[in-house]
Design a protein around this ligand. Structure first.
Ligand code: ATP
Ligand code: MG
Length: 392
């Protein structure tokens, strides 16, 4: 019928968090005819630039979150970050809203304690030994129990913020101050983890969908100061380690439930695979799948959310991603060197278009294909070195 509304547009997806990962989710949702709304705490966020509509709210404020959700009445509420009023998400789910993958997942992974206790105590998965502490005195006791070196992190933080390696007793106070200064919210609670001397660390992207659970080939990555700098796919692993990794991922994601992509972070050691943490959403190290897989982690997420079938996850080529971070602070920056970066073979550049540059903030990513991951990593790194964020 002429002039009939596009039936697919009857479905609306709201992204809570509108960063570079949300931007790719929005693009994939639009490819399947979904109306998209991007929400974040600041205007001009990457996903807002491509969504049909946007809202600016404090997502940790339950009232503001409820107001915007009741205004838009989205069919799918898709969290992109952890810092959201998860109690409100739980209430909204009880009232019939569809939170991806589940409101329980967002509560469980909002801080490090819920998911760690579940993985270790309920599912009995191998993890680093851990203790929690609420004060400097408790922290000293916890470090004594775990031993040094250990890793100390605020229970609510991401991208390595507030995290430090504590090598000796003398460093405990520094670690405490570091955690206090960078944790999210008013919490002073920290986790102390045994330092795992891993051979490598991976993200196992796991997709729960209406047609079953699928695993992307393992993504290896390198972190600097607790934040990802480079990732590659496929990461070479023994059959036995792959089996252990998939078994851990299956147990954790089945427990969390719902449909969507999960980033299961694992440490690979000579004693076997350790569970570290899980994101119930696409993972930053998974941006490499934009060039390596026929369906990227973002395309898989949207398919799974919509209840559509997934035939298989297919790796097309080896590849690598390299983060480009700002070293300047500026609300009026420009980017140089893209023309040089693009002379590197089989290489693409994604600039996120963030309105402000901040020291250490990820502003762009390089994506390279290669005959093998070593070549792809070299290319991505070479291209990344060409790019610079400059303040006007
Ligand atoms: N117990 C540990 N032993 C050894 N290394 C660790 C340990 N915990 C964390 N790390 C290192 O620090 C990195 C970041 O830790 P973690 O993933 O817990 O922090 P995060 O703030 O949640 O980071 P992100 O949000 O980027 O995933 C890990 O990827 C790993 O390289
Ligand atoms: Mg992590």
């Amino acid at each position: 019928m002429l002039g009939a509304p596009n039936q697919n547009y009857a479905k609306t997806m709201m992204l809570l968090g509108a960063g570079e990962l949300g931007k790719e989710v929005v693009i994939e949702a639009q490819r399947l005819g979904i109306e998209t709304v991007a929400v974040d705490r600041y205007e001009g966020a990457p996903a807002m630039q491509v969504a049909h509509r946007f809202d600016v709210i404090d997502m940790l404020n339950g009232e503001q979150l409820r107001t915007v959700i009741e205004k838009e009445k989205p069919d799918y509420i898709v969290p992109e970050i952890e810092a959201i009023a998860t109690d409100t998400l739980q209430e909204l789910e009880n009232e019939g809203y569809n939170v991806i993958p589940t409101a329980y997942a967002t509560q469980l992974t909002m801080d490090r304690e819920g998911i760690r206790r579940l993985a270790s105590e309920k599912l009995e998965l191998p993890t680093a030994k851990y203790e929690f502490a609420n004060s400097l005195d408790e922290l000293k006791e916890a470090v004594a129990a775990i031993g040094t070196p250990c890793v100390i992190k605020p229970i609510m933080s991401s991208s390595g913020k507030g995290q430090s390696l504590c090598r000796t007793e003398a460093e405990i106070e520094n670690s405490w101050q570091e955690a206090l200064s960078s944790g999210r919210g008013n919490s002073t609670r920290v986790i102390v983890e045994e330092f795992i001397h891993f051979d490598s660390e991976i993200t196992l992207l796991t997709v729960r969908s209406s047609t079953g659970t699928y695993y992307c080939p393992p993504i290896g990555h390198q972190q600097q100061g607790g934040d990802y700098i480079q990732s590659w796919q496929p990461h070479a692993m023994s059959e036995e380690h792959i089996r252990q990794a998939e078994e851990i991922a299956k147990k954790v994601t089945d427990e969390i439930g719902g449909y969507g992509v999960f980033g299961v972070e694992l440490f690979i050691t000579s004693e076997g695979v350790y569970f570290s943490e899980v994101s119930p959403r696409p993972h930053d190290t998974g941006m490499v799948t934009l060039v390596t897989q026929d369906l990227s982690e973002f395309a898989l997420h949207v398919r799974a959310i919509l209840g559509l079938p997934i035939e298989d996850v297919h790796l097309v080529t080896a590849g690598a991603s390299h983060a480009v971070k700002s070293s300047v602070e500026s609300d009026n920056y420009y980017i140089t060197g893209v023309e040089n970066a693009l002379t590197v073979p089989h290489t693409q550049v994604r600039l996120f278009g963030k309105p402000d540059a901040k020291a250490g903030r990820r502003m762009a990513v390089i994506l390279s294909r290669g005959e093998n991951v070593e070549t792809a990593c070299r290319q991505a790194e070479k291209a990344a070195l060409e790019i610079s964020i400059e303040s006007i």
